[in-house]
Structure formats: structure tokens, C-alpha cells
Design a protein around this ligand. Structure first.
Ligand code: MG
Length: 278
């Protein structure tokens, strides 16, 4: 199943009942999703079969499976620094194994991409943690390569310059970027449009999400409905066209329930308009 140019999709969290989650995608009216990693029982065996047949039944293509790890918290910047991705030493080995398992799962559902927040990549490459995270990401990327997959790094917790240096230091040809313009703002790390220019050769996925700059030290900014934040979604889509991006536009709205659905429907209408104008 191939997608149209800049096909609009959503970021879909899959809970205990995958059918209920997939129904949500249908209600929004999209045929492709980035899927948050489902509960363990769906990663193999009977659960996997159940999920696979539900995807088929609903006619939904999973463009990326997103890794999430036990023990991660996005409460504030120091907590993100301590808990997210491959940065925390005590959880690194277990998370590398989990990422490999997710890669196998993605392959089973016909998806050639996984993605992750790798954590706060130290800005200073002489920080020992920097080299450790490079190694961890290389290990996961090598595994993905064996499965014929791309490993995408989600933007946001570091500057675009740091991410670019990091990708070069990992040195694998299947590392790409899932560009989330709102994260650049929420973490206060730089203008997303300038960052997109810098990372353009690596961007194969995007999150259409919006946010306001942080106003307090150590706190994240706050996420808002698409078009109401500081990203400048119009210039974001223009810039994507300028760099020749044709991949999916994946709406991400990190709230739940009816409000999420409403915001996603509005975001879809906004993106269709911006995508289709001359
Ligand atoms: Mg995102």
C-alpha cells in the first residue's frame, strides 16, 4: 500500500484494545499512522496475529513504530534528562534489547521504520555519556539494518547542530530524522525552520505538532492545538515543500479523549489546506 504525497496521518497510541485505537484513526479519516509501541502481549504470538489482522481489516498502514521505554518521564527538563532514551546508564542495556524487539515487531507488521527519543544527547562531545549514547544508537541501528529498516531519531531535546554531529558520529547509513518542530520549541533549543534546513537531508518523517516556548527555567513549554503555537505551521509546511519532502504529515496531539479527536480533525483540515495550495 503506497501513500499519496504528504499523506496525512496521526500518531496513535495503542492501548489494551488495538481495535479501539485503530477505530480512532478511522474516525479522524486517515489511512496511515505512526504507532506507539503497543503493550508487550501484542509484540509476538497470538497478540501479534490479532493486531496484524486488525490493521488489515481497518486498512491502516503503519509508517513508523515509535519506541517507548518503561521508566521514562517527560515531567520537566531535569527528569527528561535523567529518564529518557539511552542516556540513563542503568537502563540502557534493557532498552537496547527492547528497541531490538520493537524492530522485530515492526518487521512483522510490514513496517520499515522505527523511531525513538534517544534522550538528551550531551551538547559536549567530550562528555563520556556522548560516546556511550553513540554506541547504543549504533547497536540499535545495526539491528534495524539487519531487518531492512531505518532507525529514526526524534528531534527536540538537543539542538539541530548536536543532532547532526551525533548522526555523523554514529556513522550508519540507515539513521534518519523524525522531525518534530514543536519539540524544538517546547525544549527551547532553537527555531524549528532553521533546524529543518540543517537536517533536511535526513528527514523522512515529521510530527505536525505545535507549542509555546518555555517561560520558566527547567520547565518545558506547553503543547497547543496545531496552528495556535509558535511553530508557524504555515511556514513549516512551506519549508517542507521547499526541501522536497514528500513523506507523511503525522499529526501528533499529546492529550487524550474527545478534545484530542477534535484537535486532530481541525489539524487535518488545516494541513490539507496548506498542503494543497499552489
Ligand atoms: Mg513528536
Amino acid at each position: 500500500m503506497s501513500l499519496e504525497r504528504m499523506a496525512i496521518g496521526i500518531m496513535l497510541g495503542v492501548g489494551e484494545d488495538p481495535r479501539e485505537s485503530l477505530r480512532k484513526a478511522k474516525e479522524i479519516g486517515v489511512d496511515n499512522v505512526q504507532m506507539g509501541v503497543p503493550p508487550d502481549k501484542y509484540l509476538e504470538g497470538e497478540g501479534l496475529e490479532e493486531l496484524r489482522s486488525a490493521l488489515k481489516e481497518f486498512g491502516i498502514k503503519v509508517t513508523t513504530v515509535f519506541c517507548g521505554f518503561e521508566g521514562e518521564s517527560y515531567a520537566d527538563i531535569p527528569t527528561v534528562r535523567k529518564t529518557v532514551g539511552f542516556v540513563p546508564r542503568e537502563r540502557r542495556a534493557e532498552r537496547i534489547r527492547k528497541a531490538m524487539k520493537i524492530s522485530d515487531f515492526a518487521k512483522e507488521i510490514g513496517c520499515d521504520r522505527i523511531a525513538a527519543h534517544v534522550g538528551f544527547i550531551p551538547e559536549d562531545p567530550s562528555d563520556p555519556l556522548y560516546g556511550e549514547v553513540v554506541e547504543a544508537v549504533r547497536e540499535v541501528a545495526e539491528y534495524c539494518k539487519g531487518n531492512g529498516q531505518i532507525f529514526c531519531l526524534e528531534t527536540g531535546q538537543e539542538t539541530a547542530q548536536t543532532l547532526l554531529r551525533f548522526i555523523k558520529d554514529v556513522g550508519m547509513d540507515n539513521i534518519r530524522v523524525n522531525f518534530d518542530p514543536a519539540n524544538m520549541i517546547l525544549y527551547g533549543v532553537g527555531d524549528p525552520i532553521e533546524a529543518l534546513e540543517l537536517l533536511k537531508d535526513y528527514v523522512v518523517g515529521v510530527h505536525c505538532k505545535d507549542g509555546k516556548w518555555p517561560t520558566e527555567k527547567d520547565k518545558l513549554g506547553h503543547e497547543v492545538p496545531l496552528g495556535e503555537g509558535d511553530v508557524g505551521i504555515e511556514r513549516f509546511i512551506e519549508k517542507l515543500k521547499e526541501i522536497g519532502y514528500t513523506g507523511p504529515l503525522t499529526i501528533e496531539r499529546e492529550i487524550t479523549g474527545e478534545e484530542q479527536k477534535r484537535d486532530m480533525l481541525k489539524a487535518k483540515a488545516l494541513l490539507e489546506r496548506l498542503r494543497d495550495r499552489g
